[in-house]
Design a protein around this ligand. Structure first.
Ligand SMILES: NC(=O)c1ccc[n+]([C@@H]2O[C@H](COP(=O)([O-])OP(=O)(O)OC[C@H]3O[C@@H](n4cnc5c(N)ncnc54)[C@H](OP(=O)(O)O)[C@@H]3O)[C@@H](O)[C@H]2O)c1
Length: 173
């Protein structure tokens, strides 16, 4: 079986927030970040999103294949069996959040790489990228790029490698 790659992508403010409120679309990111997001969406076989993020960002997703996580029957449950069957949807997965869904994947060690845009502004109040109980270990910085003249940075990290089965066995929370 080909290895599944789960790439997480997020844009944050300097104070580590991903939006001003859980019902708010992302309005603080630069044109350059939006272009990178569109590029990564095109490259992925399938997108992974929480129900709230999906409902707020349908316009940018186009007709791309998505797995939307929800506790309601209309979407997908989020559990180990869903993750074990990801190979049915492709090999390259782009994890687009929001916070609850990032948290679930990070705490199970399921993220292979992280693309993080840091926008040079402070939102002060809103949804954090990571909660206090979020575990994120062994990141290796691959690149940092200034993507515009306003000071927006695009960071690429690799996470430590483990087999998907090993990560599921070791990481249940
Ligand atoms: N800046 C960025 O890069 C970025 C990226 C993504 C999102 N955002 C922002 O983040 C905010 C949304 O984030 P969020 O954390 O509030 O919501 P979210 O993660 O997008 O979605 C949360 C929903 O996912 C479902 N869910 C969560 N845990 C689950 C589990 N264990 N099993 C099954 N379903 C589960 C639930 O859906 P049900 O309620 O239907 O059960 C829950 O309400 C929005 O403001 C969005 O614009 C920003």
């Amino acid at each position: 079986m080909d290895k599944i790659i789960i790439s997480m992508m997020a844009a944050i403010s300097l104070d580590g927030l991903i939006s001003i409120g859980e019902s708010s679309p992302v309005t603080f990111t630069s044109l350059e970040d939006k272009a990178l997001l569109r590029e990564k969406i095109q490259e992925a076989d399938c997108l992974l999103l929480g129900r709230k993020t999906y409902e707020l960002s349908r316009s940018i997703l186009g007709k791309r294949s998505c797995i939307v996580f929800s506790r309601s029957a209309s979407y997908s449950d989020l559990n180990d069996s869903v993750i074990n069957n990801l190979h049915n949807y492709g090999q390259k997965f782009l994890l687009l959040g929001g916070s609850q869904i990032y948290h679930w994947f990070l705490n199970r060690g399921l993220v292979d790489e992280l693309y993080l845009t840091v926008e040079p502004l402070v939102l002060a109040q809103g949804v954090p990228l990571l909660s206090d109980s979020c575990r994120i270990n062994n990141l290796q910085l691959i690149s940092v790029k200034a993507i515009n003249d306003q000071g927006t940075l695009f960071l690429h990290y690799l996470a430590c490698k483990q087999s998907l089965q090993g990560r599921l066995t070791a990481g249940s929370v």
